[in-house]
Write a protein that binds this ligand. Structure first.
Ligand SMILES: Cc1ncc(COP(=O)(O)O)c(C=O)c1O
Length: 412
């Protein structure tokens, strides 16, 4: 057996392979230079952000788009547009990213996390049902790690209770659910274009919707709630969440390559799965694509049955990293983050949990809200971001490192 690099052996790679790689083309540099030369840096002065928005609308087949400075702002704007406020609850997904759920708190509403299914980490419709109350005003569903969540059962719940569904598709631009692009089936689809996402504008994001009133409202609040044509007049509490021209210029170049890049990502994932399966390591669960859709594999995530290995998940991650594959372990599920445990976000108050508008259990207990998410996150490894720039040698080195480490720690 090969000695692990962690124990002084020769690493699989000398040049470490990062989890994500930024994929930029010539066109992005050219476009950005154009913006600089034009001196038109904000969306209202230039053409690039709007052009990017039109291209995304075409790509997704959505009627309206709200361009923004990131995918946290877009989640926030969706809740503002839906009139979410104090006393309301929003059911959210615990696996994805913290700011999928926290924008409810910006609105002084209460995030309630639904538990996940053990295989994919998507919110489990049965648990969503259990968590619905008369206070539930929205449900947000994350397409976790770039695979499509099973939307029909969640859309059905939304219809039954008249609750809008926001798709947090930050990680899944281009993924599809039953031949529809994710993000286009809920009332809003929210996307991020931060550096490591399927396409990037550095920071950035957008909301799509087929509802003109809601899209306009989201756009208005993301532009200070400034009333057009009335000078410096603002009709609400707005935010500056606008996308810049530089972001738009990057995006235009990126979106042109999206389909090609997604097919390479899918090939990378298929290659990894085939090779990992051939290793026949008991206790290693290889990620699968759900049979109802197609993923974009933003994070290729392994699940371990830990009793089959004589090392903790964190030790295994450390050993694979030492081999030169910079994989990572998921952070805690969002509901386990400390501020949810001590209910402290606004100064020393317990606001909004002890707000008199809130009629639920005053200090919601987040600690045991999502046992399956905790279990998932304890045994998961983010192996690679499946970047289109990975070559055959990179993919082989990933497999080699996993084989070397898991076989070393395997209990026979
Ligand atoms: C599921 C999910 N939601 C929201 C976000 C927030 O997006 P951003 O980083 O652009 O604010 C991210 C990504 O970072 C994410 O992965």
């Amino acid at each position: 057996m090969e000695k692990l690099a962690l124990h002084g052996g020769v690493p699989v790679r000398k040049d470490p392979l990062p989890l994500f790689e930024v994929n930029l083309g010539e066109e992005e540099s050219k476009n950005v230079l154009e913006v600089l030369k034009s001196r038109k840096l904000v969306q209202t002065h230039g053409i690039w952000a709007n052009k990017f928005g039109e291209m995304i609308k075409d790509y997704l087949g959505s009627k309206y788009i709200v361009l923004a400075n990131n995918g946290t702002s877009t989640m926030h704007l969706s809740l503002i547009a839906l009139d979410i406020g104090p006393g309301d609850e929003v059911i959210c997904s615990p696996l994805g990213w913290i700011s999928s759920g926290t924008p409810s708190l910006y609105q002084n509403a209460i995030p309630i996390y639904a538990d996940v299914d053990p295989e994919f980490g998507f919110i489990n419709p049965e648990d969503v049902r259990k968590k619905i109350t008369s206070r539930t005003k929205a449900i947000s569903v994350v397409h976790t790690w770039g695979l499509p969540a099973d939307l029909d059962p969640i859309l059905e719940i939304g219809e039954q209770y008249n609750i809008p569904i926001v798709e947090d598709a930050a990680e899944a631009l281009g993924a599809s659910y039953k031949n529809c692009k994710v993000g286009t089936l809920g009332i809003f689809g929210s996307f991020s274009t931060v550096w490591n996402k399927i396409i990037t504008t550095g920071e950035g994001g957008f909301l799509v919707s087929d509802d003109q009133f809601l899209a306009d409202k989201a756009k208005h609040y993301g532009n200070f709630a400034k009333v057009p044509g009335k000078g410096d007049y603002f009709d609400g509490l707005g935010y500056n969440y606008r996308m810049t021209e530089l972001m738009g210029a990057l995006g235009v170049g990126q979106v042109k390559r999206i389909e090609n890049n997604i097919s390479i990502r899918r090939e990378n994932a298929a290659f990894l799965s085939k090779q990992l399966e051939s290793l026949e390591i008991d206790g290693l669960q290889i990620p699968k694509e759900p049979n109802y859709g197609k993923g974009v594999w933003w994070k290729y995530t392994l699940l371990l049955e830990l009793k089959q290995f004589c090392a903790s998940r964190d030790e295994i991650v450390k050993a694979i990293r030492s081999e030169g594959i910079l994989c990572d372990a998921p952070v805690l599920p969002d509901n386990l983050q400390p501020f949810y445990q001590n209910h402290q976000i606004y100064g020393t108050t317990k606001c909004p949990w002890d707000c008199h508008y809130y009629t639920g259990l005053s200090l919601v207990d987040y600690s045991k809200m999502c046992p399956e998410a905790a279990n998932y996150s304890d045994r998961a490894i983010w192996l690679t971001g499946c970047s289109p720039s990975l070559n055959r040698n990179d993919l082989d080195s990933i497999i080699h490192a996993v084989e070397k480490v898991l076989k070393w720690y395997k209990i026979n």
